[in-house]
Design a protein around this ligand. Structure first.
Ligand SMILES: Cc1ncc(COP(=O)(O)O)c(C=O)c1O
Length: 379
């Protein structure tokens, strides 16, 4: 059994800062040399402090994410305050006390008015990135962007465009169309910056293969070809964070029903979900601890919620399972820790541990946390 499971118990999220650092450096090696990297912190806010020194910017989409950044002394100049809902009270709080924020994105005319109004009231010279819509509810149509550009409000500086159209982008053809269009518009509007969310894909399942080096090489050559003269910032979440995380959950019961074998674990779908998992049919990269060479047999791995949906994996070929075994789910560093339906069944939240690359120490970022008081509505 691993020491970390013994030390912290399960369910447990464990993030490895060295893997994170190496991943960021590796990505930078493969991306255009002049491009800057912006960590989209929604992918995993527990990595903010660790990742901050290795990226040029951090994209922050809610008051909660901003507070984590500020509490952790992220330099304000590196923060991009983004998001489809910019709570006016919170933006005013930022404006009053945090005058050095790097950039604000603008997703609608109302947001533009909010930001210019507050910039005047607090005598701040804001730097704005206008978000171009991809057709969804985020960002604005070109006509609105052009209206803002014509207005030339002196209280704000329009630095460039921002764009993001979705995650797990396997199609470079679509990416090329979007990147070329964004670069062309940025240049046509006489702006200097393009902040582009790449949605780089992560392959999670055992039967998938992906030549990432070839994918990134093609991305880089097309980005270099169309962004001449622009400052290009790549907003990336999943592809930065996924590989550094492991989720550990313990087998607490085993049974046979008909011809099927079931292992019940102390975690479940409220704590881990892989993008693209379908009815638990795909096999994530996972291991059973302790490892033993024994004949394999198919096991259904089920969580501890009272719903038949709580199946993590169907028919996983593994050695015979017994209570006390630990299952380690790999590539769990992005979104898994924050996207689950955490309050369902009032189960405790998993502990979160980061082994930092900065001091080589393990840090307990969150102990196992009870949720019953939250679910009751009382404190
Ligand atoms: C505006 C924006 N930028 C970047 C990202 C990060 O996307 P990914 O995790 O696919 O890199 C997101 C994700 O939703 C986003 O909304």
């Amino acid at each position: 059994m691993t020491d970390r499971v013994q030390a912290y118990g399960t369910p447990l999220y464990y993030f490895d800062g060295t893997v994170l650092r190496d991943r960021i450096h590796d990505l930078k090696q493969h991306l255009p040399a002049s491009a800057e990297l912006c960590y989209a912190v929604k992918a995993n806010p527990f990595l903010i402090k660790e990742a901050e020194p290795w990226v040029e910017r951090l994209e922050v989409c809610s008051p909660g994410e901003a507070r984590i950044c500020l509490d952790q002394q992220v330099p304000e100049q590196k923060m991009v305050i983004s998001g489809v809902y910019k709570d006016p009270k919170f933006i005013e709080e930022l404006m009053a006390s945090h005058g050095e924020i790097g950039w604000y994105t603008v997703e609608s005319m109302n947001q533009y008015q909010l930001l210019t109004g507050l910039a005047k009231a607090y005598k701040r010279n804001l730097r704005l990135l206008l978000r171009l819509s991809s057709g969804a509810q985020f960002g604005m149509e070109e006509a609105e962007v052009e209206t803002i550009l014509k207005e030339q409000d002196p209280s704000v500086e329009i630095c460039g465009l921002q764009f993001f159209s979705g995650t797990q982008k396997t199609s470079l053809k679509k990416m090329r169309r979007e990147l070329e269009k964004c670069a062309r518009l940025t240049q046509a509007y006489g702006l200097k910056e393009l902040e582009f969310g790449t949605g780089f894909p992560v392959y999670y399942f055992a039967d998938e293969s992906f030549d990432e080096d070839a994918y990134l090489a093609e991305f880089t050559s097309m980005a270099e070809a169309c962004t001449d003269g622009l400052t290009l910032t790549l907003e990336v979440g999943r592809s930065i964070a996924a590989s550094c995380g492991t989720y550990y959950t313990s087998v607490v019961d085993t049974k046979h029903v008909g011809n099927e074998r079931f292992a019940i674990v102390d975690g479940g779908i409220h704590q881990i979900a892989y993008y693209g998992q379908f009815m638990a049919m795909k096999l994530p990269c996972m291991r059973c601890l302790p490892e033993r060479e024994e004949p394999q047999e198919p096991w259904n791995i089920c969580g501890s919620l009272c719903t038949t949906n709580d199946i993590l994996v169907k028919e996983w070929p593994t050695r015979p399972l017994v209570p006390g075994d630990v299952l380690a789910f790999e590539k769990a560093g992005a979104y898994c820790v924050s996207e689950g339906i955490a309050l369902f069944l009032s189960r405790d939240l998993p502990a979160v541990v980061l082994k930092s690359a900065h001091d080589a120490q393990e840090h307990l970022l969150r102990p196992h946390m009870e949720t019953y008081a939250l679910n009751e509505g009382r404190s």
